[in-house]
Ligand binder design. Structure first.
Ligand code: NAD
Ligand code: MG
Length: 396
């Protein structure tokens, strides 16, 4: 049966890669709904090419412009607008698969809507899981949703873990003979920059990732390595493990996407070219395999693979995330919200690169950590952290 796919965040880096993979397999997949924040021209081109039943924009003026353009072109796609419409297409009875690729906390509610409708959810939007991990994973279990990781590291770990997922999801990874997860990180564009120079780096330099082409926010997160911290928290929720069982390893070539070590000493790794179409194709077709368009890995040209330990003086955000992971409760929610505000301010040139860590540290220091037993409490913690972060930025 043809699978209907909704893409939340279709105009972004992951959204575009997903459409590329889907277009290679018209006999398996049909594009059901495409959504974006406000870039209606890109969404119009995508609608004309893929003919979805629905297109959703967050922004009202953009939605009107899209509807007008599609009418002019004779495209039958129905245009909807607003946050409720995102949740509506994500949970629609005719949607089978939802790619959750909105960036940041804005993705939480539509992704949860897909989970609560029991969909197959392909999770790129790591912030949603970091922000509300307990509620999110409980909703997956309660509603029989299938959650598959798109983040390349987590997709690699998923491929290296045992198949009897129900066991370790119920009893923890250790019960399945796993000793630890080795979470690899490229080290980003500033791996070798003198630490004193990090004060003066620009958004353009921070967004120029050596191995991956990605959205601006995750590019800055990779440069601070807060991204690896978010991924550590993401791994704990996805695979029911503890932060101490996850070792962050710098691996500049980004050829090994992560590894799993077992108690017998075996270490399994997943390798491939750094191209998100591999994890996207893997998750779309799982447990089958389909071509993704990614070139074969030239292992001879790769020649060498290097590994080192992260330097916490260079990457204070990684330490902050590890501490938040250990504290748990709403500490990751606060970390994520403060970071989103700080990264936006850095991209607008309101703060320096090294001040991102200062904002997060100050907010984590000031805000009380509580047990997040409802979505309302999670959202309130997120909002409070955003306000505190704004006031820290104003005080610089
Ligand atoms: P991006 O900035 O390129 O795209 C973001 C998408 O989200 C766009 O379609 C945008 O329109 C939409 N969006 C933004 N704000 C929105 C809002 N308020 N409401 C509705 N839609 C909104 O980002 P990206 O690089 O594609 O990353 C998307 C997610 O995937 C992030 O959570 C990121 O951490 C994760 N991820 C990305 C990569 C990658 O290679 N790009 C790898 C791993 C994980
Ligand atoms: Mg990643």
């Amino acid at each position: 049966m043809i699978q209907n796919v909704t893409i939340l965040g279709a105009t972004g880096s992951i959204g575009v890669s997903t459409l590329d993979v889907l277009a290679r397999h018209p006999e398996r997949y049909s594009v059901f709904a495409l959504t974006a924040d406000r870039k209606w021209q890109i969404l119009a081109t995508q609608c004309l090419q893929h003919n979805p039943r629905y297109a959703v924009l967050n922004d009202e003026a953009a939605a009107l412009a899209l509807a007008e353009e599609l009418r002019r072109q004779g495209c039958k796609t129905e245009v909807l607008q607003g946050e409720d419409a995102l949740a509506q297409v994500a949970s629609h009875a005719d949607t089978h698969v939802v790619m959750a690729a909105i960036v940041g906390a804005a993705g939480l509610l539509p992704t949860l809507a897909a989970v609560k409708a029991g969909k197959k959810v392909l999770l790129a939007n790591k912030e949603a899981l970091v922000m509300a991990g307990g509620l999110f994973t409980r909703a997956v279990a309660d509603h029989g949703a299938t959650l598959l990781p798109i983040d390349s590291e987590h997709n690699a770990i998923f491929q290296c873990l045992p198949n009897h997922r129900a066991d370790f999801l119920a009893n923890g990874l250790q019960s399945s003979g796993v000793r630890k997860i080795l979470l690899t990180a490229s080290g980003g564009p500033f791996r070798n920059t003198p630490i004193a120079d990090l004060k003066n780096v620009t958004p353009e330099q921070a967004c120029a990732h050596p191995n991956w082409s990605m959205g601006q926010k995750i590019s800055v997160d990779s440069a601070t390595m807060l991204n690896k911290g978010l991924e550590l928290i993401e791994a704990c929720w996805l695979f029911n493990t503890r932060p101490e069982q996850v070792q962050v390893v710098i691996h500049p070539q980004s050829v090994i996407h992560s590894m799993v070590e077992y108690v017998d000493g075996s270490v399994l790794a997943q390798l491939g070219n750094p191209d998100m179409r591999t994890p996207i194709a893997h998750a779309l077709a799982w447990p089958e395999r389909i071509p993704s368009g990614v070139a074969s890995l030239d292992i001879i040209a790769t020649a060498r693979l290097d590994f080192s330990a992260p330097d916490y003086e260079r990457f204070p955000c990684l330490r902050l995330a590890q501490q938040a992971a250990a504290r748990a409760a709403t500490a990751p929610t606060i970390l994520n919200a403060a970071n989103e505000v700080a990264v936006a301010a850095f991209l607008q040139r309101k703060i320096r690169f090294d001040q991102i860590a200062q904002v997060i540290a100050t907010v984590l220091d000031k805000q009380e950590v509580i047990e997040p037993d409802s979505l309302a409490l999670v959202i309130a913690s997120d909002q409070k952290a955003r306000q505190l972060a704004q006031s820290v930025i104003a005080s610089f």
